[in-house]
Design a binder for this molecule. Sequence first.
Ligand code: SIN
Length: 459
Amino acid sequence: MEQLEVYNPATNEVVERLDYTTHEEIDAQINRAHQAFQEWKVVDAHERASKLNQWATLIDEHQDELARLITLEGGKPLAEAQGEVAYANSYVKWYAEEAKRVYGRTIPAHTPSKKMVIDKFPVGVVGAITPWNFPAAMITRKMAPALAAGCTIICKPAVKTPLTTIKLVELAHEAGIPKDAISYIIASGKDAGDIFTGHGQINKITFTGSTAVGKTLIEQSAQTVKNVTMELGGLAPFIVHNDADIEAAVDGTIASKFRNAGQTCICANRIFVHKDIAEQYTARLTEKVHALTVGDGLEEEVKIGPLIDHNAVEKVLTHITDAQDKGGKLSRSLEEIQALGGNFIKPVVISNVDLNMKVMHEETFGPVAPIMTYDDLDEVIDIANDTEFGLASYFFTNNYRTGLKLFNELEYGVIGWNDGGPSAAHAPFGGLKESGYGREGGTEGIEPYLETKYLSIET
Ligand code: SIN
């Protein structure tokens, strides 16, 4: 049987070999998840909450082990990986509580003889397809609300980072969540997408990944009109206005741009700095960026781990050289950027950036901070919105009128004002335009796993 090799991106060594799940087994697993749904959906909400809380306790107890897996298969520095486990678990804890708050409502009727009632029901069996950049958090923020709502769920983790999922599912079973209510498959994205979208017993598809793949899944799901939630690509603008606290803006840029070596969908991709403060901001950012230690995430002092693979390195280098060829000024030489070899890229600030460069149009997904200066706020808002993406955006200003104007006019689902890290389990996360639909997190994040039924009673 063909096996999946899971690599450590820091060393390019194989850390694990796993059997792919056969198509027959996936089919059988979906049938079992369908059976399990009949039982899980009638478990009362308090009991489901209690099982999720037990899962959360086990995740806390295994934080170090899970973090090490994330670093081994994803390259993320260990301290950051520990942060991811806590972040992942905050979704489990939040949805354990939300399970108990799935409320229906009654509507005042238009005639005294009627009673009109609305109630919520779980959607059914969920097929989840998750990315490699957050091997724990992207799993729990789908699994926890699905289970809380009374759905059952099968997850297809990224082939680059399946080990964290396997451990999380193992812990869920240990916590008493039925085996077929939460499970995983090892499969390629294409196989999972084809099988999940084509299967009559999968009621919902939830996906985090690229807009291109998301569009294919939406198209395929249309065949059986499946309920879908899509968390797709981003191209986040990061605006630093002339009245911003420069030190706070630099720290916010580092938090947003260099988290997971720049491999997040919400990280600052395009940095716009007002011309009055551009020199000061760029100098300070460069100083702090060059101080970030790059290396194997298992080493304690490392802040920037490897990129996920060779293709990611190639893409990032293409963006850097494209910017340089078009007049961009690199804060360190190309040789220095690549000095560590392998999948390592030293972080770089690029100034003198303009809109003709790839970094301003494509998701870079790497530790590259391109800075374009601006003069006029309305103009920069237009540029920031001039994209098909609408996931996250950021701005730094200490003027409340400027801040409210930016909040009102930026066409993005997640907005950080003087904040480079807006994500939280208790807040809705998701994009506008081609960055997807549906929200994860917050009270909104359980809604995609629920159906609404309306009952009209003639008394
Ligand atoms: C992502 O950008 O892929 C997720 C980031 C987050 O949840 O903060």
